[in-house]
Design a protein around this ligand. Sequence first.
Ligand code: B12
Ligand code: SF4
Length: 526
Amino acid sequence: MRILLYNPDNGVTRNFMPHLWMFLLKSLTPPGHEVLLIDGNAQPMNEAQIAQYVRDEKIDLVGIGAMTRMIAKAYRIADAIRATGVPVVMGGPHVTELADEALGRDGGPRHADAVALGEADETWPRIVNDALNGQLKDIYAPVDDAGKESKPSLKQYPIIPWDSIDLTQFNLVPKVAFPLLKKVGEGWGTFRIIPVESGRGCPYGCEFCTVTGFFGDSIRFRTNESVVNELLLLKARARKEKGQIAVFFIDDNFAINVKRTKSLLRDIIAAKAQVHWVAQISANLLRDEELCDLIAASGGKWVFIGMESIDPTNLKDVNKGFNKPGEYATVLERLAKRNVYAITSFIFGMDNDTVGVAERTLAQVRTWPPGLPIFGLLTPLPATPLYTRLETSGRLTRPKHWKEFIPFAMAHTPLKMSIEEAHAEVKYGWSQAYSPEALAHAVDSLDDQKLGHRINIFIARLCFRGIYFPMMGKFAWLRVVSENRHTILKLVKEAFFGRPARSKRPDVQGAYEKVVVPEVPGEASA
Ligand code: B12
Ligand code: SF4
């Protein structure tokens, strides 16, 4: 069969990274089938275009995966494909929770011929065989022989053939710039951010999160060897195509078992498998100095920290009391001393939030080492304890918010402010944190660092700005470049003419230099 795996676009940002599920299912497909991948964020298609594609390419089976926020688009695409007579299987977190919706058993229209519940590593080969025999069932659940729910072990993780897989749609370097950039340094002809998982599951059970329910509270890890080999494969590919690769360890909490993470990072260093990487790690686990040393030494550049709120009452309300706002600054300083910076994620519209929460949060953020703050709204995702709590108390204003997805819009009323006030707080957060002044300040606060680091933080800020302010056209970019021209000119001038030697920040000097950070090929230096 010819199988198409399709991920719908999120309608807000272009993709900066492919979705792992597509590559994983491709690798787990039984031999004898051809699997094509389309990520709508990289190759946007409307319903008519996808139907035409399916006909032209003579596709026999389509698999669609989607988060809740893309599910309306996923259903529209599925309807268009099914209208051509090709069966559609859907999987991922949303349809796992609301299989009846996808199968039209809730009174609405049917969108999928079959639904894969939960982790599909073991059910996917069965789905493909049933489709081949024209015997697709409605629901595929991961259960053992006794009919009990089973979670796949990650010990026999498939080899994703990163060295040969077609990744053209995921190159972040504009096509026109390929030939020139190939020759810069060790080559920048391509730049890709690749998702790699080293483990699954999180026991913390934060109220708004689907992960503990979906992946379970028992944590499973791949072997160190399998992760290291994957990194080596990725590095080899980057070298071959004179490009760069960075890795996003998509584990929900990369250091959930600190001992295991340290052993993995040591093995990465020993095998010289370092690439620049980013991972999600909760603040409480970053108290460990040795872990932070190993993060830096193994290529870690950015850590995503779900801070959520600077208010302990809010954190307790959503079952995330293990976050201690009092230690955020120390944790970020600890990372910054090693040249590792943080993507700090905040949620507004929590029950104890009042007007002014964005400014109060920013007032703290401004005292921290520069990073990438991001702001969202508390969102009741289906099947989360939060959804049940708000539904029971009659506070949902858009109980099926996913049917009509609106970016940065609440679906329930916060307790101490109105919905409009919560929206204004998010807008304020983004506008202030990504204003030209804030960007200039972030660059200046790294005055004692290599030019490369300062350029990195500037570019990262420009890109993150696009999460809230759509950057879809050339003009959007031109406007931003013009607004930030002073900072850009300053960096360009320094690149060409250098700058007078400066003394290092006294708080950073000693500790920073003690850490032995092996050079990662392609690291920008100036
Ligand atoms: C990486 C990641 C991202 C990346 C983007 C996605 C990418 N390019 O990979 C980034 C960081 C950008 C991101 C952003 C967001 N994310 Co996110 N993200 C993840 C994360 C951590 C890993 C995803 C992953 O690759 N998992 C590993 C793979 C193997 O698992 P999987 O995708 O679930 O696939 C398995 C099964 O679901 C199934 N499957 C999946 N699809 C299909 C399709 C078919 C046909 C079949 C048969 C099976 C199948 O088989 C796979 C193998 O078992 C997950 C949490 C998690 N651990 O999954 C959250 C998660 C997906 N994100 C979530 C959310 C809410 C968001 C945001 C909305 C957060 C926010 N408030 O801004 C944004 C939205 C982004 C956007 N604009 O689209 C939620 C989604 C919940 C939901 N019901 O929709 C999750 C589950 C985390 C959570 N807190 O609950 N995210
Ligand atoms: S720590 Fe992160 S992944 Fe784990 S339950 Fe909380 S929000 Fe979800």
